[in-house]
Design a protein around this ligand. Structure first.
Ligand SMILES: [Zn+2]
Ligand SMILES: [Zn+2]
Length: 243
């Protein structure tokens, strides 16, 4: 099993350390056929892109390098944020429609759509869940927010499900399988973990391995995710970006 595409890489447009061009050049040296630039949506406090329009700028740059490097397909993506309990994302639809690949993750802290969403997403996860209170209720709300997003938009990949935020993996996997959305095994954060890959796999969802590179040198580095996939008994057909 070998990685042929990395859909999860960051650049200086959000809080990565390298340029788009550097990520592409490393992806080529690692033998990838496709690489996506998928910077954080603008709702991340302190580490998102400047604003939604940054993605149009990223797209122009990606298209330029895509022509310059015919040996690899370069895609414009995003790691968007869910900013409301009813599953709204932090990018307008007309920008999402310009992108080749849409990744979505639950992140904290984010700028919520309303104060109720701030309580429902941020306060509950940062304070209440950590105190061990209302865990089941919070897990259901988090899962609902992601599932609502799956129904509101065409989402290709859910990044690091369960990382720092409690979710019902089985319920998410079931819905993701219906909407043709894949769940990521993230090489930087350890999620999905082996335990949860096994749970998700029973719902016939597909997976992708993501480096979540924040430095060019890490593009295409998914050893730990590949190990989790193998230990969980996944085969090539279960994973969208291996050959
Ligand atoms: Zn993330
Ligand atoms: Zn990321």
């Amino acid at each position: 099993m070998r990685l042929n595409a990395d859909y999860h890489t960051h650049t200086i447009y959000s809080h990565g350390k390298g340029s788009i061009r550097e990520n592409i050049e490393v992806a080529i040296t690692k033998g990838l056929e496709r690489v996506a630039i998928s910077d954080h949506g603008p709702a991340c406090y302190g580490f998102g892109v400047e604003d939604a329009a940054s993605f149009l700028e990223i797209k122009r740059e990606v298209d330029k390098y895509d022509r310059l490097y015919p040996e690899i397909k370069v895609l414009t993506g995003v790691e968007a944020n869910v900013i409301s309990l009813d599953g709204r994302l932090d990018l307008p639809r007309f920008i999402l429609e310009e992108l080749d690949v849409v990744l979505v993750g639950l992140h904290l802290p984010i700028k919520p759509a309303s104060w109720q969403d701030g309580v429902g997403i941020i306060f509950n996860n940062v304070i209440i869940d950590k105190l061990g209170l209302k865990s089941t209720e919070i897990r259901e709300k988090n899962t609902d927010a992601l599932i609502n997003a799956l129904h509101n938009y065409k989402i290709d990949i859910i990044t690091h499900p369960g990382y720092r935020i409690n979710i019902d993996t089985r319920r998410l996997a079931r819905e993701a399988a219906k909407t043709d959305t894949v769940l990521e095994i993230n090489a930087s954060h350890g999620y999905l973990s082996e335990e949860f890959v096994k749970v998700a796999a029973t719902e016939n969802v597909k997976f992708s391995l993501g480096s979540d590179a924040h430095k060019p040198v890490d593009v295409g580095e998914v050893d730990s995710a590949l190990q989790v996939a193998k230990n969980s008994g996944l085969i090539i057909e279960d994973i969208v970006n291996v050959v």
